[in-house]
Design a protein around this ligand. Structure first.
Ligand SMILES: Nc1nc2c(c(=O)[nH]1)N[C@H]1C(S)=C(S)[C@@H](COP(=O)(O)O)O[C@H]1N2
Ligand SMILES: [Mo]
Length: 393
């Protein structure tokens, strides 16, 4: 690919904020500290989690960079950045969450495979770019298509990074054509994040953003887009990011029995406290985030200061006059809410939060019942142990 280059080692990585908690250095996987995550509704780029499977690609010549479209009715087409920039620009506020968020806590039940994450493999950004539905229309696929005239039903995104899971090949994933061509699904080919040009870590020059879906489908550093009949057969679709029941382990797994995970379930986490928090008796403030997948909003967040015996409803804040977010009914449809509650504690205790989405889905009480060998989608009630003593809050 002229214009974009994928290094095979880690000598040319971008610089990163020193306050990030690094979970793996090569490939670079890092998340902000809990308290930094909820200090603003829109996550600053430098505090946004970084999830990679190989070295970060480098743009050598933006004018030569193009995305190749294959599987069209006629011959393949190439689009350059100038073609993408010409399309109407949309800004979509959307929360991106790694399916591995909260994996470390799941691994305490039983061993799981994958990079350990605390609760901050998630962020809320304002993505700017062209709608994929407009881009596909430009290459000849009408809006709201379920199947193309030559039998295409899925849209595959292929990157150029070198991933060991793909034997040195690129990261790839797909989404259904119906979602890709539906303007209301707000799938973007994004070139901006929070009003700035996308940076290398997050997919410069062009990435996909699939709102409401696990981060794994939002492919960074796009190289080609293929219209295909069956869903993408790559590692990250077929042998990873699938949700198995607790009875399945490495000795009895059959990957073909499950579909690739798409929407993420209802989730929340407390970010103002962790298991090292020490408090004095008296008022305690509990802050965190809540989000659900598929465009379902958050109906309610319940907080308990006695390990789940009694609950109070937290106050939610959303959007709150953020200058990046355009007004309009659905402008926060794909975004998290931040929540806050207060309680009065008298002794060491367990603080718990659980969210309910607009379809009345609620988080599961225990992590044990959703344990899975890859440690994905830990959405169990979030619990924090707070001790009494000389306060460090
Ligand atoms: N090309 C490419 N795209 C990728 C990945 C990757 O390793 N390579 N990781 C995916 C995963 S698992 C997640 S959670 C998100 C993370 O995006 P971020 O690093 O911008 O937060 O990107 C996705 N897109
Ligand atoms: Mo991820």
């Amino acid at each position: 690919m002229p214009g974009l280059r994928a290094p095979s080692d880690y000598k040319e990585e971008p610089s990163r904020h020193p306050a990030l908690v690094i979970n793996s250095k090569e490939p670079f996987n890092a998340e902000p500290r809990r308290a930094d995550l909820v200090s603003s509704y829109v996550t600053p780029v430098e505090f946004f989690y970084k999830r990679n499977h190989g070295p970060i690609p480098i743009v050598q010549d933006l004018h030569k960079y193009s995305v190749l479209f294959t599987g069209l009715k006629g011959s393949s087409k190439e689009l350059f950045m100038k073609d993408i920039w010409k399309l109407p620009k949309y800004t979509v506020a959307a929360t991106l969450q790694c399916a591995g968020n909260r994996r470390t806590a799941m691994s305490k039940t039983r061993k799981v495979k994958g990079v350990g994450w605390d609760v901050a493999a998630i962020g809320n950004a304002v993505w700017g770019g062209a709608k994929l539905a407009d881009v596909l229309e430009l290459v000849g696929i009408p809006k709201c298509s379920h199947v193309t005239s030559n039998g295409g039903k899925h849209v595959e995104f292929v990157s150029i990074d070198k991933c060991k899971e793909e034997n040195g090949g690129p990261y790839k994933a797909s989404i259904p054509l119906s979602q890709a061509t539906n303007p209301e699904a707000d799938v973007l080919l994004a070139y901006e994040m929070n009003g700035e040009t996308l940076n290398r870590d997050h997919g410069y020059p062009l990435r996909v953003i699939v709102p409401g879906v696990i981060g794994a489908r939002s492919v960074k550093w796009l190289d080609s887009i293929n219209i295909i009949a069956e869903e993408c057969q790559g590692f990250f679709m077929q042998r990873d990011y699938k949700m198995f029941p607790p009875s399945v382990d490495w000795d009895n797994i059959d990957w073909s029995t499950r579909r690739p995970q798409m929407d993420f379930p209802v989730q929340c986490a407390i970010c103002s406290l962790d298991d090292k928090s020490v408090a004095k008796p008296g008022k305690i403030t509990i802050k965190g985030y809540a989000v659900s997948g598929g465009g379902r909003g958050i109906e309610r967040v319940d907080v308990s200061i006695d390990g789940g015996k009694t609950w109070v409803e937290a106050i939610k804040s959303q959007k709150a006059g953020n200058p990046y977010i355009p007004d309009g009914e659905n402008s926060d449809k794909w975004s998290w809410v931040l929540f806050e509650a207060e309680g009065d504690i008298h002794g060491s205790t367990e603080i718990v939060a659980k969210a309910v989405d607009t379809a009345a889905n609620v988080q599961p009480e225990n992590v044990e019942v959703i344990w899975n060998l890859r440690g994905i989608l830990n959405t169990s009630w979030h619990r924090v142990q707070v001790r009494m003593g000389h306060s460090n809050l």
